[in-house]
Design a protein around this ligand. Structure first.
Ligand code: ATP
Ligand code: MG
Length: 259
């Protein structure tokens, strides 16, 4: 069987804030249909990694490639110092279409209805005809158990429902990869379950996902691969079976504390 296409490649990514290294040589390859969870202690650089991957943060070094298209790569400047050079605005716009991002704190537009939150970007960014955008949104709302909420405003929804709307909004742009940064950490346990269920269903449909999470049981169930980060490096990565049977005392301690 031929191997699945590589959708995302991060090579030797480096990022510092105020001279302090936050990502120190991170490499990560994600193939079509893979679910990769990123775990690790607070401050280890998980969000920074996601922000670099999704072009929200400027990398200092390394290379970022989506579907074979280089978003940025390291080149020496006139002084011979290495820095990251990004693709043109037009190319980055194209690359941005290949991924979606779901944040911890939903980030819905408070003054837009659920429907408008979902169709806004497809209509204005992707130029999808209105009727088609609405149909797509209706399908997604049904899939995520929110059909009766289309006309509600975010403040009228529970946190779990709001997070499902933000997942629908990301899916409406038909991304090839979906990133999640702690999608349930703002939710109580009951609402967490309903959001995790949606992500598990997406995994069953072979949606490619990179998920930063503290939910160890969930990571174990849903992931093809788990990456453990600490101090800006990948300390260990492997299948859930491998990670949960690790001999590395630091990884073991972390997992056992949260499991
Ligand atoms: N914009 C920024 N300016 C300065 N320092 C930053 C910035 N963003 C992140 N950092 C620092 O980088 C380090 C890694 O932060 P990051 O948010 O990536 O960690 P994390 O693994 O996502 O943690 P958590 O589990 O708490 O979300 C931290 O020390 C943080 O203070
Ligand atoms: Mg974080």
């Amino acid at each position: 069987m031929s191997e699945k296409a590589v959708l995302l490649e991060m090579n030797h990514v480096k990022k510092s804030f105020d001279g302090k290294g936050v990502l120190e040589d991170i490499s990560l390859k994600v193939r079509e249909g893979e679910v990769v969870s990123v775990i690790g202690p607070s401050g280890s650089g998980k969000s920074t990694l996601l922000r670099c991957a999704t072009l929200l943060e400027h990398m200092d070094g390394g290379e970022l490639i989506y579907l074979g298209q280089t978003a940025c790569s390291e080149k020496p400047d006139k002084q011979g110092k290495s820095r990251c050079v990004y693709a043109s605005k037009a190319e980055l716009k194209e690359i941005r279409k290949s991924f979606g991002l779901v944040f911890q704190s939903f980030h819905l537009f408070p003054h837009y209805s659920v429907m408008k939150n979902i169709i806004d970007a497809p209509i204005h960014v992707d130029k999808v005809p209105h009727g088609e955008a609405v149909e797509r949104a209706e399908r997604l709302l049904a899939q995520l158990g929110l059909s009766d909420k289309a006309d509600n405003f975010p403040y009228q929804l529970s946190g779990g429902q709001q997070q499902r709307v933000s997942i629908a909004r990301a899916l409406a742009l038909q991304p090839k990869i979906l990133f999640f940064d702690e999608p349930t950490s703002a939710l109580d346990p009951e609402l967490t379950v309903e959001v995790l269920k949606v992500i598990k269903e997406l995994a069953k449909e072979h949606m490619t996902m990179i998920i930063v999470t503290h939910e160890m049981q969930f990571a174990r169930e849903v992931s093809d691969r788990i990456v453990f980060m600490e101090h800006g490096v990948i300390v260990e990565e492997g299948s859930p079976e491998e990670l949960f049977a690790t001999e590395n005392p630091r990884v073991k301690e972390f997992i056992n504390k949260l499991y």
